[in-house]
Design a protein around this ligand. Structure first.
Ligand SMILES: Nc1ncnc2c1ncn2[C@@H]1O[C@H](COP(=O)(O)OP(=O)(O)OP(=O)(O)O)[C@@H](O)[C@H]1O
Length: 261
């Protein structure tokens, strides 16, 4: 089962979404699209067991530990990149208190150049794991920078590394690549597809191209409920579909037409 939301929601007296019945298929990516304010983040927060601004009537079931990457990176301003990535472990008391990742200064590493993004699995030791993920998201030379010294896209990549660091079976991603340039976005999609292979992922996105690359299932949420959108064939294991494959471009265009309707 993994996670399930059945019910409807209101904000104050106004209906937010009509009754929905969403069950996340295990070990697969479900992409959720829909107009701004329709309740996508609300669904993620319901599954995560967090407060929402909505009144929900129905049931939410989840039988696995979850990691949520919210829209706002939510970085702790006085912790550097490494400190933010390892925040969960620090709070649980499972990280070594003082480790210093050995990365040289200089130009920001290109995510595609590092060994971390070429296919090696993240190590299990917290310090090594954090360093590996920070390299994988292309921030190896900024591991000691505070959030105030990072761009919006860099902050978003820190939040992604923090979410991947948690290594949970169920992962909720709320527009995780929205602040990234097109090239980095494609790289982070590839990285996430690889590192989250075998996990159950619910991805909220406004980008039809992203849904066409990553979705094993694509859902549109509107005020009148959820509707299913066809996916462009099976997705390669542990990978995103090629961004320029004709079937992906066709799916992207069809999805865009559906969103415009
Ligand atoms: N804390 C809150 N208090 C009151 N209303 C809220 C709160 N959080 C969200 N809402 C309202 O709930 C509705 C759904 O918000 P939600 O963030 O789930 O939408 P969304 O589909 O994720 O939007 P977007 O695509 O813009 O992120 C919106 O109309 C919003 O104004």
């Amino acid at each position: 089962m993994t996670a399930q939301v059945r019910g409807q929601a209101w904000v104050e007296q106004a209906p937010l979404f009509a009754p929905i019945d969403l069950t996340l298929a295990p070990d697969s990516w479900t992409c959720l699209l829909g107009p701004s304010g329709v309740g996508k983040s609300t669904i993620l927060r319901l599954i995560a067991g967090l407060e929402t601004g909505a009144r929900f009537q129905g049931e939410v079931n989840r039988d696995q530990p979850v990691a949520l990457m919210a829209q706002d990176p939510g970085l702790i301003p006085w912790l550097d990149v490494t400190g933010n990535v390892t925040l969960g472990a620090r709070l649980r008391g499972t990280s070594r208190a003082s480790f210093v990742p050995k990365y040289p200064g200089g130009r920001e590493a290109d995510p595609v150049e590092g060994s971390a993004s070429r296919g090696a699995e993240p190590p299990s030791d917290p310090a090594a794991r954090a360093a590996h993920l920070i390299e994988a998201v292309g921030l190896a030379d900024r591991s000691h920078h505070l959030p105030a010294r990072l761009s919006g896209g860099q902050r978003q990549r820190v939040a992604l590394a923090r979410t991947l660091f948690e290594d949970r079976p169920l992962v909720l991603l709320d527009e995780p690549f929205s602040a990234l340039d097109a090239r980095t976005r494609a790289q982070m999609q590839d990285l996430s597809a690889r590192l989250l292979d075998g996990r159950t992922v619910l991805l909220v996105t406004h980008d039809p191209a992203e849904a066409a690359r990553l979705g094993d299932r694509i859902l549109l949420l509107r005020e009148d409920g959820l509707s299913e959108w066809p996916v462009p064939g099976p997705r390669p294991k542990g990978a995103a579909r090629p961004y320029d494959a004709p079937e992906v471009l066709q799916s992207q265009a069809g999805l865009m037409r559906g969103m415009m309707a």
